[in-house]
Design a protein around this ligand. Structure first.
Ligand code: AMP
Ligand code: MN
Ligand code: MN
Ligand code: MN
Length: 281
């Protein structure tokens, strides 16, 4: 990969909570001159076949990915798996297990939001869902913005959907060990997604990273739309300290929602870090 070529290893399609179909997403990536691209939908690989075919047609190098929801120290952590064989039976069964709780959780979220005075929440959110076994908080937020209750998705999260807010429903996802083992069973590499987003204290971070390294986890996301410049510098330093490779990605969901467009990283990856994508160049 020449330096000028763009790399985006974190994105979402209609298979989870993005608004573009996998082919639309890959087309946008190609238009944005992305040379190496990964689709990483939440807890599902349903979009990968279509995305891979679109990437082949458009000459974009494609990396099959997934973003797995994990519970750690009472927080929800996201692990991205890159370079996976999405037909692997261990990964397939693991993702099925993680998805199973989502529908029931979504029903409870709808009830909680209706109890707060919002009407038609279940049907409303479902209008934004393309794969019915993958309902995300983002679909609820999109509906509440669309219905005119909030100016932005972020406002919905701040007041209703973030942990501790009235529309939040606690859920137990995969363990860190399970998620890493599923990714490895499928031949992929495990990446801690947007580490700057989690509310963990220093001791919990130490425990997470030590366990991740012990499990053979490979990388953390350093460049992501969830990090400002200071966070980028901080997580680069953590990469060095733990001997981990570095990843980068926009975490793009929708043209009018996402802070970074596909391939448009806000900061460069520090030169001395080992890019996790070296192996696919
Ligand atoms: P879930 O996996 O159902 O818990 O939903 C998590 C998703 O909600 C994330 O992947 C984002 O797409 C979205 N999300 C979380 N926090 C925010 C926020 N503050 N603003 C906008 N979207 C958010
Ligand atoms: Mn999402
Ligand atoms: Mn995430
Ligand atoms: Mn994501």
């Amino acid at each position: 990969m020449r330096k000028a070529q763009r790399v985006d290893l974190h994105s979402h399609s209609t298979a989870s909570d993005g608004v573009l179909t996998p082919p639309e997403l890959v087309k946008r990536a190609a238009q944005n001159r992305v040379a190496l691209f990964a689709l990483t939908d939440h807890d599902t690989v349903a979009g990968l076949t279509e995305a891979r075919e679109a990437a082949r047609q458009l000459g974009v190098l494609f990396v099959a990915g997934v973003e797995i929801s994990v519970s750690f120290a009472g927080e929800t952590i996201h692990l991205v798996g890159l370079g996976i064989d999405e037909t692997d039976p261990v990964l397939t069964a693991g993702l099925e297990q993680v998805r199973r709780g989502r529908t029931e959780r979504a029903r409870k979220m709808a009830e909680a939001l209706e109890a707060c005075g919002f009407a038609g929440v279940w049907e409303g959110a479902l209008r934004f869902v393309r794969h019915p076994d993958l309902i995300s908080r983002a679909h609820f937020a999109r509906y509440l913005v669309h219905a005119g209750h909030f100016p932005s998705m972020h406002a919905v999260f701040t007041h209703y959907l973030a942990k501790g807010k009235p529309g939040y429903v606690d859920h137990h996802w995969a363990t860190l060990g399970e998620a890493v083992s599923w990714i490895h069973a499928a031949g992929g590499v495990a990446v801690v997604a947007h580490p700057g987003r989690y509310r963990l204290n220093e001791r919990e971070w130490g425990a997470l990273l030590t366990e991740f390294v012990d499990l053979g986890g490979e990388a953390i996301e350093v460049v992501t739309s969830a990090h400002d410049h200071n966070a980028t510098t901080h997580w680069a330093q953590i990469c060095r300290r733990y001997g981990l490779a570095a990843s980068q990605g926009s975490d793009f969901h929708a043209p009018d929602e996402s802070p970074w467009d596909l391939g448009a990283m806000g900061y460069p990856l520090p030169d001395d870090l080992v890019p996790v994508w070296q192996r696919w160049q």
